[in-house]
Structures are given as C-alpha cells and as structure tokens.
Design a protein around this ligand. Structure first.
Ligand code: UDP
Ligand code: MG
Length: 323
C-alpha cells in the first residue's frame, strides 16, 4: 500500500506514558502554535502502555481531528522506542520530537522549523536552565552529559534532550539504524549533516509525574555510553594492567621479605586489603563487559523493537512481522 508520500510537511512525534493530565493542554498549545505556521502537519501520539486515561483522550482527539494519528503499544516499551516508532511511521518532510508534559515549550517549534530551512538537517533545543526538577536530577543529568561528551568519539551535545526538529533525510537515516538499545540523540549526532541549536529555558512538568524512574534513567545513560563509546572497556583493561602491576610489585616484595630479610608479619590485614581490592576491580571489569554483552545479545536476538496493538496509521501493520 502506498500513500502520497510527504504530503505532510511536519510530523509532531509525542511519546505518551500516563499523561492524561497534560494531553488536552498539550493539544491546544500545539494547535495554537502549528495552525498559524501554515504547514501541513500531523500529530503522532505513541501510547507507551499508559495505565491511565491517556489512550481514551487520544482516541477522542483522533475522532475529531484527522491529523491526529496514534500508535498504541502492547505494553510499556520506553520513551526512546516510542519516539522510534513515531518516526518510523511518520510521513512528514520534517519531524519534531517533543515531550508530552509541556516541559518542551511548543512555542519554540516555529523557530526550530524555520532554522531547518536555513540549510540544516537537525535543529535541537538546548536547555539553558531547568525548572522544577530535583537537585539530584539536575546534577546527575549534568554529570552524565559531560561524562558522555568526554568519552564518546562523536560529539553529542550537552544539556540537550530529544526535543528537536529533524529533516526527512535524518529520519530515513535513523530508520536504517537497527540497534535495539536506542539513544536517539546520540544516533542523530552520529548521522552528521549540518546541525545547529536554539536555547530555551526548560519549564517544569505541567501535570502528572515523571515516567522516567531512576532505573530508566540509568538504563538510558548506559545505552548512551555503551552505544557510542568503548572507553569503559578500555578503562577496565587499563585498570587491570595497573592493578596487576601493583600486585606484581607487592609479590616481589613479599618474596624478598620471606627469603632475604626474613622479616615478615603474619599479614592478615594486607592480605584482606589486597583480596578485597582485587575482587572489587575484577567485579567492576566483569560488570563492564557484561553491559556490552547484554546489548550484543539483545541485538543478536533481533526481536522487533515494539509491538503495536492498535493504530490509525494506514501503512502500519499492527504487530510488525519478524523478517
Ligand atoms: N515517556 C514514555 N515512556 C516511558 C517514560 C516516559 O513514552 O516509559 C514519555 C513521557 O510521557 C513524556 C516523555 O516520554 O512525554 C518524557 O518523559 P518524562 O517527562 O517522564 O521524563 P523527564 O522529563 O522527567 O526526564
Ligand atoms: Mg518531563
């Protein structure tokens, strides 16, 4: 089945996880911004296994507005997968990825979109400040972006989420990247082309609660690091060498003390310290390797990234078949 391709200028990709409090306001604000823009647009709501009334609200919107498309997942697959599905099924010449909780101001979209037409393929929105988020979240986010920037070999912009406008070229390139552990902002940096940014002040969540638990955040951070850097593996190797070197010196000294000076103690403390230390280093190294192997095996399994239980997008097959 083929649709007149790209009869849409802008696809707005909105991942939804328990956002019943925000959907009506979000829709109104998006329309208020998009209608005057004079572009043909579509909304793609991806319901990522919400347990509240989000889906009902989306259905209602879809029944009133034919530009509202939705994808309903069979369960919660996570934010990055939800965005991926939206991009997979989008038709627009450009796509805008935006959070549903109004932390990303819809009012910035026209400026992002205009900038795209100055010859860029990616215009991302960089957070100048963040409001209403815990000090712990701000600190961990800041640290994460900086560690990531320092150990990856591509330049992933700091303090930038997925809020951005990208061109069809970039959407098509993303579709060619089959990894299971998505870190979309990293993938987009990897793709290249001309990229630029606008700065904005990140508002606090309009209603509801964050769907990003610490577990999900840690996973996202690990996906970002393992997907774009081998530095932790190298660090494991290097610390292995350093610790082995130290252990060798201690060994030489021990033999020297035992056979030459005959001056040695029972040495319980030093034994404990070195065993604990070596054990710790080994466990860390094994853990690091494990993180990579887990991701390797996820990719080897080749499962579909998501299962769609229902959608009103004609080209989409509910439950994509395995190839
Ligand atoms: N989200 C999602 N699946 C999840 C968690 C979140 O689709 O498992 C969506 C959520 O509805 C929102 C966006 O991803 O539109 C960002 O999530 P959230 O605001 O909870 O993250 P935070 O801003 O706290 O990092
Ligand atoms: Mg949020």
């Amino acid at each position: 089945m083929s649709l007149p391709s790209h009869s849409v200028d802008l696809s707005v990709i909105i991942p939804i996880y328990n956002e019943e409090e925000n959907i009506p306001a979000l829709y109104e604000r998006l329309r208020g911004v998009l209608d005057p823009m004079n572009v043909r647009y579509e909304f793609i709501f991806i319901n990522d296994g919400s347990r509240d009334q989000s889906l009902t609200l989306i259905h209602t919107l879809a029944s009133r507005d034919p530009r509202v498309r939705y994808i309903d997942f069979s369960r919660n697959f996570g934010h990055q997968i939800a965005v991926t599905a939206g991009l997979d099924l989008s038709l627009g010449e450009a796509a805008c990825i935006i959070d549903a909780d109004l932390q990303d101001p819809p009012e910035l979209i026209p400026r992002l979109y205009d900038k795209l037409h100055e010859g860029y393929e990616v215009v991302y929105a960089k957070r100048r400040s963040r409001q209403g988020e815990s000090a712990a979240k701000k600190l961990t986010a800041k640290l994460f972006y900086r560690i990531l920037a320092s150990i990856t070999n591509i330049s992933i912009p700091v303090d930038t989420g997925d809020f951005r406008v990208i061109s069809r070229k970039v959407v098509d390139a993303l579709k060619q990247m089959p990894e299971q552990n998505k870190f979309i902002r990293g993938q987009i940096s990897w793709i290249g082309y001309r990229q630029t940014y606008l700065e904005y002040d990140r508002a606090e969540r309009a209603g509801g609660e964050t769907g990003y638990t610490y577990r999900k955040m840690i996973n996202l951070a690990l996906d970002g690091i393992t997907g774009f850097s081998d530095a932790p593996l190298k660090a494991a190797t290097i610390s292995g060498f350093i610790v082995s070197g130290l252990a060798f010196l201690v060994m030489v000294y021990t033999l020297y003390a035992r056979f030459v000076t005959h001056h040695y103690e029972p040495g319980w403390a030093s034994l404990m310290v070195s065993i604990l230390f070596l054990g710790g280093v080994q466990l860390i190294a094994v853990g690091v390797i494990g993180e990579y192997i887990a991701r390797l095996s996820a990719n080897v399994r080749q499962r579909p990234l998501y299962i769609i239980s229902d959608t009103n997008i004609p080209v989409a097959q509910p439950a994509p078949a395995l190839t």
